[in-house]
Structure formats: structure tokens, C-alpha cells
Ligand binder design. Structure first.
Ligand SMILES: NC(=O)c1ccc[n+]([C@@H]2O[C@H](COP(=O)([O-])OP(=O)(O)OC[C@H]3O[C@@H](n4cnc5c(N)ncnc54)[C@H](OP(=O)(O)O)[C@@H]3O)[C@@H](O)[C@H]2O)c1
Length: 324
């Protein structure tokens, strides 16, 4: 456990709030999440799944009421969709537009001691991700007829400019990549660093956002992240990717329900504690007040599973079953 706290405190591992699929409720749900203490939010430029403009409007209204100076605590991540990876300049422009939409209202006020005037510096996004290297059929209406786009490595160079030249985002990341693709990018960046390349400053992904839950644990991707100091952000951790079953096999698991009773926490909290204790950041999403309040308990008490509980959780995973 001490190892977990060391990792938790020294890296960006933490609890955020996801905003996919909230539709017309996006504004009010983000308000509720803010009122309950969330300061880390995940969104994306891909409309239909996300409503980034409403996330930005909700953040702005909240901080306009409570005090704009506090908005520097916000950690906002968003993603460029595959169909927008059309050129280096397009990628840099998308990042800048998203930054404005989400945190443009919040500028860092710095007083220059030699100058009576206040200076305002732009607040960057926390993470700008490539949502996916390429479109896949059925993911989004725009994937039905996608434009011609850059190869992943060329797109990644634009991302390096977003962080290292434009400073639009503090960190850059990938999402929905295969282990081989992630390793390929890491090795290519390392090679450019060794070759002395400086423009844009070569940079391995700071963050990987990928699907992981107690059944599908993304073990290979997580190992690569651990080996290379990359933050792993788990999405759909609460089991929402199991669409072909009548009930959510993660939240209805008897193991999870037993641990919820044992610790007097909700089933969602058990699953998210499991993820955090396995060095994943989490970004759960809910549209219900009671559920948001439950999720917010993780902000002050993120982990509570004991060693034996974690072993019991391991029995849910496909990796575990295949090793028997
Ligand atoms: N990079 C990507 O391609 C990608 C893909 C998917 C998701 N994401 C990101 O990851 C975030 C989370 O993933 P997700 O939206 O798929 O789903 P999720 O957070 O894993 O699960 C959401 C579901 O869990 C339920 N839930 C939440 N809190 C609960 C609680 N306390 N008790 C019981 N049920 C609870 C919600 O229902 P209620 O609304 O009824 O509470 C909702 O049905 C997204 O919002 C998005 O930001 C990224």
C-alpha cells in the first residue's frame, strides 16, 4: 500500500470526471460534479459522443460565481478525433481552439513587480490526446466517410508542437492504440532524442487513455506505461463496454458487491479503488446526483481495498482465467 501512496502522490494518478454521453445534461452534470469537488474533467472534440462547448460553458459559469482565481486548479483534458488529423497546422489549431473553449476564461494573473500593469498568461489544457489514430466503422458518423489524414507519427510531431512549442497543453497523450503502436511511437521518439532532434522537442506520450475494467484489465498496455513512466488513464472502468450482456457484469459481480458491503462503499467505488490501487487514473461518469456524490467520496478517500480484496478482484479478469 505504501508503494501505491508513493505513486499516487508523486504522479498525476488521480480521480477525474468523464463527460461522454451526457448529451443535453452536460452543463448541469458538470455543475454538479464541480459542486461535489471534482476539478479534473475529461472531454473530447468529437460531437455526438461529447459536448465540449457545454463543458466549457459550465466551467466558466461555475468559476465566474465562485471566483476566477481558483480556476488554475482545473485539470482539463480533451482529444482530437481521427478525422481532424489532417495536417500539422490543423492539429495545432484544433488544440488552441479547444483550449479557448474549455479554459480560455481562466487566465493566470501575474503581476510584474516592475510594472503596474497586470499580465495574463494563458492557462494550458492538462492533456491533449489523439482520440484514436484512425477512424473505425460505426464509431462516429464522420467515420463513414473520413478524409485523408496523417500517419500517426506525423500527427504525433504536431502533438509535440502543441506541448513543446505552443504550450497549449501541459501534457500530450494517445488513446485507443494497440500495444505495438504505443511501443512504436516510444521507440521512434527515443531514436529522435538520441539523434539530437530538437524541433519540435521529441516527447514520448505523457498519458495513455485506454479501456480497462476488472474483467479486461489492459495488462499489456499498462505494463508498457509502467515501463516508460506514462500515466495510464482508464476509461469505461465501471463496465460500460460490456454491451452484449443484459446486465453490467462489473457492477453486478458478486465479488464487487461483497466488497462494497464489507467496506460500506458503493460498487462503483470498489471498482474505482481497484483501478487506483493498480496505478490507473480514473475518470468515471454519472448523470445522477446520488452517484456523483458517491464518486466524489473517492476524492477524499480514494482507496480502501485490502490485499486480500485485490486478490479477490483479480479473479474477475480474463487474464486470470486464462492462466488457470
Ligand atoms: N478515449 C476514449 O475513446 C473513451 C471512450 C469511452 C469513455 N471515455 C472517457 O471515460 C469516461 C468514463 O467512461 P464511460 O463514460 O464509458 O463509463 P463509466 O464511467 O465507466 O461508467 C458510466 C456508467 O456507470 C454508472 N455509474 C456511475 N457512477 C455510479 C455509481 N456510483 N453507482 C452505480 N452506477 C454508476 C453510470 O450510470 P448513471 O449515469 O446512472 O450514474 C453510467 O451508466 C467517459 O465519460 C469519457 O470521458 C473515453
Amino acid at each position: 500500500m505504501s508503494n501505491f501512496w508513493q505513486v499516487y502522490n508523486e504522479t498525476a494518478i488521480g480521480v477525474g470526471f468523464g463527460t461522454a454521453g451526457l448529451g443535453g445534461n452536460t452543463y448541469s452534470v458538470v455543475q454538479l460534479a464541480l459542486e461535489n469537488g471534482f476539478r479534473k474533467f475529461d472531454t473530447a472534440e468529437a460531437d455526438w459522443w461529447y459536448n465540449q462547448a457545454e463543458v466549457g460553458r459550465s466551467l466558466q459559469d461555475f468559476y465566474t460565481k465562485t471566483g476566477l482565481e481558483d480556476c488554475i486548479d482545473l485539470q482539463i483534458s480533451t482529444k482530437i478525433p481521427p478525422w481532424s488529423l489532417t495536417s500539422v497546422s490543423d492539429i495545432r489549431r484544433h488544440a488552441s481552439t479547444s483550449r479557448n473553449e474549455l479554459v480560455g476564461f481562466c487566465e493566470d494573473r501575474q503581476r510584474n513587480q516592475n510594472d503596474e500593469n497586470d499580465h495574463f498568461s494563458p492557462i494550458p489544457l492538462d492533456v491533449y490526446y489523439i482520440h484514436a489514430p484512425r477512424c473505425w466503422s460505426g464509431w462516429h458518423p464522420k467515420c463513414d466517410n473520413p478524409p485523408s489524414t496523417l500517419e500517426l507519427k506525423d500527427a504525433w510531431k504536431a502533438m509535440e508542437a502543441v506541448a513543446g512549442i505552443d504550450h497549449t497543453a501541459k501534457r500530450i497523450g494517445l488513446s485507443n492504440v494497440h500495444p505495438a503502436e504505443l511501443l512504436d511511437i516510444i521507440h521512434w521518439v527515443q531514436h529522435r532524442i538520441e539523434a539530437g532532434e530538437t524541433y519540435p522537442p521529441p516527447r514520448i506520450p505523457d498519458v495513455l487513455q485506454a479501456y480497462a475494467d476488472p474483467i479486461n484489465t489492459a495488462a499489456e498496455l499498462r505494463q508498457i506505461c509502467e515501463d516508460h513512466g506514462i500515466e495510464f488513464v482508464s476509461y469505461s472502468t465501471l463496465g460500460t463496454q460490456h454491451r452484449n450482456t443484459d446486465e453490467n457484469p462489473v457492477l453486478t459481480s458478486l465479488v464487487v458487491q461483497h466488497l462494497a458491503e464489507k467496506h460500506q462503499r458503493s460498487v462503483a467505488e470498489v471498482v474505482l479503488s481497484w483501478a487506483l490501487q493498480n496505478n490507473m487514473s480514473v475518470i468515471p461518469r454519472s448523470s445522477k446526483k446520488q452517484h456523483i456524490e458517491e464518486l466524489a467520496r473517492l476524492l477524499s478517500s480514494p482507496t480502501f481495498l485490502e490485499e486480500e480484496d485485490l486478490l479477490a478482484m483479480d479473479t474477475l479478469s480474463n487474464d486470470y482465467v486464462s492462466e488457470l
